[in-house]
Design a protein around this ligand. Sequence first.
Ligand code: COI
Length: 365
Amino acid sequence: MQPNTPAAFVHTRTTHPTAKAAREAVFANPGFGKYYSDHMVAIDWDAEHDWHGARVTPYAPLTLDPASLVLHYAQAVFEGLKAYRHADGSIWTFRPKVNAQRFSHSAERLGLPELPHDLFIQSLKELVQLDCDWVPSAVESSLYLRPFMIANENSLSVRGADQVAYYVIGSPAGPYFSSGVTPVPIWVSTQRTRAARGGTGYAKCAGNYAGSLAPLKEARKNGCPQVLFLDSEHGQYLEELGGMNIFVVQKDGSLITPALSDSILPGVTRASVIELARSEGRTVHERPISLTEVRDGLASKQITELFACGTAALIFPISALKSEEFSYGNDSAVAGPVTLALRQQLLDIQYGRTADTRNWMLRLA
Ligand code: COI
């Protein structure tokens, strides 16, 4: 145990646990991020006492002073993981150490304290063990875990907080897109970017998502469920979707994905797709890819598939890239074989249907 890891979490169980029938009604149509399990994790930090007060409590609203730093200067970071129920009833998560590491990098960028990685992982276990009944067992369903850290110090001065809190909440999730694995059109934000060199793009911080919301509104107005951002310097190169990375599949079976930079979030699913693809002999290029290259590649059929990936949505195929000025691709495209095969491989690992040869899975309960 690291020196600043609290010895034990204090558990306070809810006196109003959700009835089985009500939970099952939620499981019948969980959607994404609509319902929450009965408990939550909380841990406090301050400059004097470091991390302390680790506890699991009934899920409840937070009390925040209106002058809390997070409400004014967005000093907040978060993570996303899933708890998967395997056929034998055990509950697992996928590569949590990578999330713990990214959480540290995000916190550092936002001037927040770093949470010890073993405490991050312990916090997931604590919540899932108490709320194990909240992990659904239907196909492709899971309990989405949302660890987050906020500056809850009461101050309006612009500086890193001396008091913060870390929480984990859990939300039962079905498939992210209600339409299933059907290719969807993506709106390209040609005027507004997500992140710039030296900025916070590589961090999973609340502000990055806030900045993606007006472009997302525009996307939805134009019939696209997600938005793709281009690089801020040239306005030409693909970066990422509001909350997902992007891949291009070429006709020789190789993959291209934008190289990581300080303006792209290092996705856990992105890293896993690269590893799986390479280990089955595919070439994966991590390099800049321009909109022009995608346009020409789709037209010449050099590019055969496009897909996006992230924890919440896993992998979904993209039918076309659209903006006010252009539409590349084909609205009636069907999901491509490489996209579907990679998706299936990941699902099989996550749901314990195939050997976990890379030690990616960690048992939570
Ligand atoms: C994830 O896939 O975990 C994401 O980051 C998307 C999320 C913000 C809903």
